[in-house]
Design a protein around this ligand. Structure first.
Ligand code: OOG
Length: 260
Protein backbone atom coordinates (compact mmCIF):
# COMPACT_ATOMS: atom_id res chain seq x y z
CA UNK A 1 0.00 0.00 0.00
CA UNK A 2 1.45 3.46 -0.84
CA UNK A 3 2.43 5.67 2.10
CA UNK A 4 0.14 8.62 2.74
CA UNK A 5 1.81 11.75 1.38
CA UNK A 6 1.48 14.03 4.42
CA UNK A 7 3.33 17.06 2.95
CA UNK A 8 1.26 16.96 -0.24
CA UNK A 9 -2.05 16.74 1.67
CA UNK A 10 -0.92 19.58 3.94
CA UNK A 11 -0.19 21.70 0.83
CA UNK A 12 -3.67 20.96 -0.56
CA UNK A 13 -5.32 22.11 2.69
CA UNK A 14 -3.01 25.13 2.96
CA UNK A 15 -3.92 26.23 -0.57
CA UNK A 16 -7.64 25.77 0.16
CA UNK A 17 -7.24 28.06 3.20
CA UNK A 18 -5.18 30.72 1.42
CA UNK A 19 -7.48 30.79 -1.61
CA UNK A 20 -10.67 30.41 0.49
CA UNK A 21 -11.74 27.59 -1.84
CA UNK A 22 -13.28 24.60 -0.08
CA UNK A 23 -12.27 21.06 -1.03
CA UNK A 24 -13.84 17.62 -0.54
CA UNK A 25 -12.95 15.93 2.77
CA UNK A 26 -9.66 14.01 2.46
CA UNK A 27 -11.29 10.76 3.57
CA UNK A 28 -13.53 10.80 0.49
CA UNK A 29 -10.52 9.70 -1.57
CA UNK A 30 -8.45 8.31 1.34
CA UNK A 31 -10.94 6.35 3.48
CA UNK A 32 -8.15 4.69 5.46
CA UNK A 33 -6.60 7.94 6.66
CA UNK A 34 -5.76 7.47 10.37
CA UNK A 35 -5.69 9.99 13.20
CA UNK A 36 -1.92 9.54 13.27
CA UNK A 37 -1.74 10.55 9.59
CA UNK A 38 -4.06 13.46 10.36
CA UNK A 39 -1.86 14.90 13.12
CA UNK A 40 1.18 14.48 10.84
CA UNK A 41 -0.65 16.44 8.09
CA UNK A 42 -1.63 19.09 10.66
CA UNK A 43 2.02 19.42 11.78
CA UNK A 44 3.15 19.77 8.15
CA UNK A 45 0.55 22.51 7.63
CA UNK A 46 1.88 24.39 10.66
CA UNK A 47 5.42 23.97 9.34
CA UNK A 48 4.33 25.68 6.10
CA UNK A 49 2.95 28.58 8.12
CA UNK A 50 6.15 28.79 10.18
CA UNK A 51 8.17 28.92 6.96
CA UNK A 52 6.21 32.08 6.15
CA UNK A 53 7.13 33.63 9.47
CA UNK A 54 4.20 32.62 11.70
CA UNK A 55 4.98 31.80 15.32
CA UNK A 56 3.21 29.09 17.34
CA UNK A 57 1.73 30.61 20.52
CA UNK A 58 -0.58 27.91 21.76
CA UNK A 59 -3.03 25.12 21.13
CA UNK A 60 -6.77 24.76 20.91
CA UNK A 61 -8.94 21.93 22.06
CA UNK A 62 -12.03 21.08 20.05
CA UNK A 63 -15.08 18.89 20.51
CA UNK A 64 -14.79 19.13 24.30
CA UNK A 65 -18.50 19.84 24.77
CA UNK A 66 -21.56 17.72 24.09
CA UNK A 67 -23.12 20.61 22.12
CA UNK A 68 -20.20 20.66 19.69
CA UNK A 69 -19.92 16.90 19.38
CA UNK A 70 -23.62 16.81 18.49
CA UNK A 71 -23.34 19.72 16.05
CA UNK A 72 -20.44 18.06 14.22
CA UNK A 73 -21.56 14.45 14.78
CA UNK A 74 -18.08 13.48 16.02
CA UNK A 75 -17.29 11.92 19.33
CA UNK A 76 -13.86 12.69 20.74
CA UNK A 77 -11.76 15.73 21.56
CA UNK A 78 -9.11 16.91 19.12
CA UNK A 79 -6.47 19.63 19.16
CA UNK A 80 -5.14 22.21 16.76
CA UNK A 81 -2.27 24.69 16.75
CA UNK A 82 -2.55 28.48 17.15
CA UNK A 83 -0.16 31.00 15.67
CA UNK A 84 0.19 34.71 16.38
CA UNK A 85 -1.21 35.46 12.90
CA UNK A 86 -4.57 33.96 13.93
CA UNK A 87 -5.17 36.45 16.73
CA UNK A 88 -7.66 39.29 16.34
CA UNK A 89 -7.16 41.90 19.08
CA UNK A 90 -9.98 42.27 21.63
CA UNK A 91 -12.51 44.76 20.24
CA UNK A 92 -10.93 44.39 16.80
CA UNK A 93 -12.32 43.70 13.35
CA UNK A 94 -12.71 40.32 11.66
CA UNK A 95 -13.02 40.55 7.88
CA UNK A 96 -15.07 37.75 6.33
CA UNK A 97 -13.28 38.14 3.03
CA UNK A 98 -10.66 35.45 2.61
CA UNK A 99 -12.58 32.92 4.72
CA UNK A 100 -14.94 30.19 3.56
CA UNK A 101 -17.78 29.77 6.09
CA UNK A 102 -16.55 31.11 9.44
CA UNK A 103 -18.41 30.54 12.69
CA UNK A 104 -17.76 31.83 16.19
CA UNK A 105 -17.77 30.01 19.52
CA UNK A 106 -17.68 31.02 23.19
CA UNK A 107 -14.68 29.66 25.09
CA UNK A 108 -12.30 30.30 27.95
CA UNK A 109 -8.52 30.20 27.55
CA UNK A 110 -5.61 29.47 29.88
CA UNK A 111 -2.02 30.67 29.90
CA UNK A 112 0.57 28.18 31.11
CA UNK A 113 3.61 29.23 33.11
CA UNK A 114 5.48 25.94 33.00
CA UNK A 115 5.89 23.03 30.62
CA UNK A 116 3.46 20.12 30.93
CA UNK A 117 4.65 16.77 29.67
CA UNK A 118 2.92 13.38 29.80
CA UNK A 119 -0.33 12.52 31.52
CA UNK A 120 -1.20 15.04 34.22
CA UNK A 121 -3.81 15.46 36.97
CA UNK A 122 -6.23 18.39 37.32
CA UNK A 123 -4.09 19.61 40.25
CA UNK A 124 -1.00 19.68 38.03
CA UNK A 125 -2.93 21.60 35.37
CA UNK A 126 -4.06 24.07 38.05
CA UNK A 127 -0.46 24.58 39.19
CA UNK A 128 0.80 25.07 35.63
CA UNK A 129 -1.84 27.56 34.41
CA UNK A 130 -1.18 31.08 35.65
CA UNK A 131 -4.36 32.70 34.33
CA UNK A 132 -7.75 32.18 32.73
CA UNK A 133 -9.60 34.57 30.44
CA UNK A 134 -12.64 34.82 28.17
CA UNK A 135 -12.01 33.88 24.54
CA UNK A 136 -13.84 33.47 21.26
CA UNK A 137 -12.68 31.15 18.55
CA UNK A 138 -13.53 31.77 14.90
CA UNK A 139 -13.59 28.42 13.14
CA UNK A 140 -13.43 27.87 9.42
CA UNK A 141 -13.40 24.49 7.77
CA UNK A 142 -11.55 24.06 4.53
CA UNK A 143 -14.02 21.34 3.53
CA UNK A 144 -16.99 21.74 1.21
CA UNK A 145 -19.65 21.07 3.79
CA UNK A 146 -18.76 22.09 7.32
CA UNK A 147 -20.97 19.27 8.53
CA UNK A 148 -19.73 16.11 6.86
CA UNK A 149 -16.26 15.14 7.83
CA UNK A 150 -14.62 12.49 9.99
CA UNK A 151 -12.20 12.94 12.87
CA UNK A 152 -9.05 12.52 10.70
CA UNK A 153 -10.44 15.12 8.26
CA UNK A 154 -10.94 17.76 10.93
CA UNK A 155 -7.58 17.06 12.63
CA UNK A 156 -5.70 17.30 9.31
CA UNK A 157 -7.43 20.68 8.81
CA UNK A 158 -5.89 21.95 12.09
CA UNK A 159 -9.18 21.16 13.83
CA UNK A 160 -10.94 23.95 11.90
CA UNK A 161 -8.74 26.63 13.54
CA UNK A 162 -8.96 29.96 11.90
CA UNK A 163 -8.81 33.01 14.17
CA UNK A 164 -9.33 33.78 17.86
CA UNK A 165 -9.94 36.74 20.17
CA UNK A 166 -8.70 36.80 23.76
CA UNK A 167 -10.29 38.80 26.58
CA UNK A 168 -8.05 41.31 28.32
CA UNK A 169 -9.00 40.45 31.92
CA UNK A 170 -6.67 37.61 32.98
CA UNK A 171 -7.38 36.14 36.40
CA UNK A 172 -5.62 33.55 38.55
CA UNK A 173 -7.52 30.25 38.37
CA UNK A 174 -7.93 29.84 42.13
CA UNK A 175 -10.06 33.02 42.34
CA UNK A 176 -12.88 31.40 40.36
CA UNK A 177 -15.08 28.31 40.43
CA UNK A 178 -13.96 27.29 36.95
CA UNK A 179 -16.81 24.92 36.18
CA UNK A 180 -19.56 27.31 37.26
CA UNK A 181 -19.03 30.41 35.12
CA UNK A 182 -22.04 31.70 33.20
CA UNK A 183 -21.15 32.35 29.54
CA UNK A 184 -23.26 34.37 27.14
CA UNK A 185 -22.62 35.11 23.47
CA UNK A 186 -24.48 38.06 21.99
CA UNK A 187 -24.74 39.24 18.40
CA UNK A 188 -25.89 42.83 17.88
CA UNK A 189 -27.09 42.92 21.48
CA UNK A 190 -29.22 39.76 21.27
CA UNK A 191 -28.19 36.55 23.07
CA UNK A 192 -27.50 33.73 20.60
CA UNK A 193 -25.80 31.10 22.78
CA UNK A 194 -25.40 30.63 26.50
CA UNK A 195 -24.05 27.93 28.78
CA UNK A 196 -22.24 27.25 32.02
CA UNK A 197 -18.51 26.66 31.67
CA UNK A 198 -19.10 23.10 32.91
CA UNK A 199 -20.28 22.42 29.33
CA UNK A 200 -16.56 22.45 28.43
CA UNK A 201 -15.17 19.03 29.40
CA UNK A 202 -17.29 19.09 32.61
CA UNK A 203 -14.70 21.64 33.83
CA UNK A 204 -12.65 23.68 31.31
CA UNK A 205 -9.41 22.87 33.13
CA UNK A 206 -9.96 19.22 32.21
CA UNK A 207 -9.48 20.32 28.58
CA UNK A 208 -5.84 21.01 29.52
CA UNK A 209 -5.60 17.54 31.08
CA UNK A 210 -7.03 15.98 27.89
CA UNK A 211 -4.76 18.07 25.69
CA UNK A 212 -1.70 16.80 27.57
CA UNK A 213 -2.96 13.24 27.09
CA UNK A 214 -3.33 13.75 23.33
CA UNK A 215 0.10 15.40 23.12
CA UNK A 216 1.67 12.59 25.18
CA UNK A 217 0.34 10.02 22.69
CA UNK A 218 2.51 11.79 20.11
CA UNK A 219 5.50 12.24 22.45
CA UNK A 220 4.91 15.99 22.64
CA UNK A 221 4.68 18.45 25.51
CA UNK A 222 2.69 21.63 26.17
CA UNK A 223 5.32 24.39 26.35
CA UNK A 224 5.47 27.00 29.13
CA UNK A 225 3.85 30.27 28.07
CA UNK A 226 1.24 28.59 25.83
CA UNK A 227 -2.28 29.86 25.30
CA UNK A 228 -4.78 26.97 25.49
CA UNK A 229 -8.28 27.45 24.14
CA UNK A 230 -10.42 25.01 26.12
CA UNK A 231 -13.05 24.34 23.44
CA UNK A 232 -16.51 25.73 22.81
CA UNK A 233 -19.21 25.68 25.48
CA UNK A 234 -22.02 25.75 22.89
CA UNK A 235 -22.69 25.07 19.23
CA UNK A 236 -20.95 27.50 16.86
CA UNK A 237 -22.70 30.56 15.46
CA UNK A 238 -22.43 31.56 11.77
CA UNK A 239 -20.99 35.04 11.17
CA UNK A 240 -22.46 37.74 8.89
CA UNK A 241 -21.22 41.18 7.80
CA UNK A 242 -22.16 43.85 10.33
CA UNK A 243 -22.27 41.46 13.30
CA UNK A 244 -21.05 42.90 16.58
CA UNK A 245 -20.22 39.83 18.63
CA UNK A 246 -19.68 39.97 22.37
CA UNK A 247 -18.91 37.20 24.83
CA UNK A 248 -19.40 37.76 28.54
CA UNK A 249 -18.02 35.23 31.01
CA UNK A 250 -18.90 35.55 34.68
CA UNK A 251 -15.84 36.86 36.55
CA UNK A 252 -13.85 37.30 33.33
CA UNK A 253 -15.53 40.32 31.78
CA UNK A 254 -16.47 40.74 28.13
CA UNK A 255 -14.64 40.46 24.85
CA UNK A 256 -15.96 41.62 21.50
CA UNK A 257 -15.24 41.58 17.79
CA UNK A 258 -16.80 43.45 14.85
CA UNK A 259 -17.45 41.50 11.65
CA UNK A 260 -17.19 43.24 8.29
C1 OOG B 1 -14.25 21.18 14.94
C2 OOG B 1 -13.56 22.00 15.98
C3 OOG B 1 -14.44 22.18 17.17
C4 OOG B 1 -14.62 23.21 19.48
O1 OOG B 1 -14.33 24.19 20.20
O2 OOG B 1 -15.39 22.34 19.83
C5 OOG B 1 -13.94 23.15 18.15
C6 OOG B 1 -15.33 21.93 14.22
O3 OOG B 1 -16.36 22.26 14.80
O4 OOG B 1 -15.14 22.21 13.03
O5 OOG B 1 -13.02 23.87 17.94
Amino acid sequence: MPMTNHPELARVLDRARLEAQSIPPLTRSLPDLTLKDAYAIQAEGIRLRQERGERVIGLKMGLTSEAKRKQMNLDSPVYGVLTQAMQVPAGGVFRLQGFIHPKIEPEVAFRTSRELRGRISREEALEACESVFAAMEILDSRYLDFKYFSLPDVVADNSSSSMFVLGTLERPLRELVLAQLGMSLEVNGAPVQSALSSAISGDPLLSVVQLCELLAERGEALPAGSIVLAGAATAAHMLHPGDEVRLTVEGLGSVSVSVT
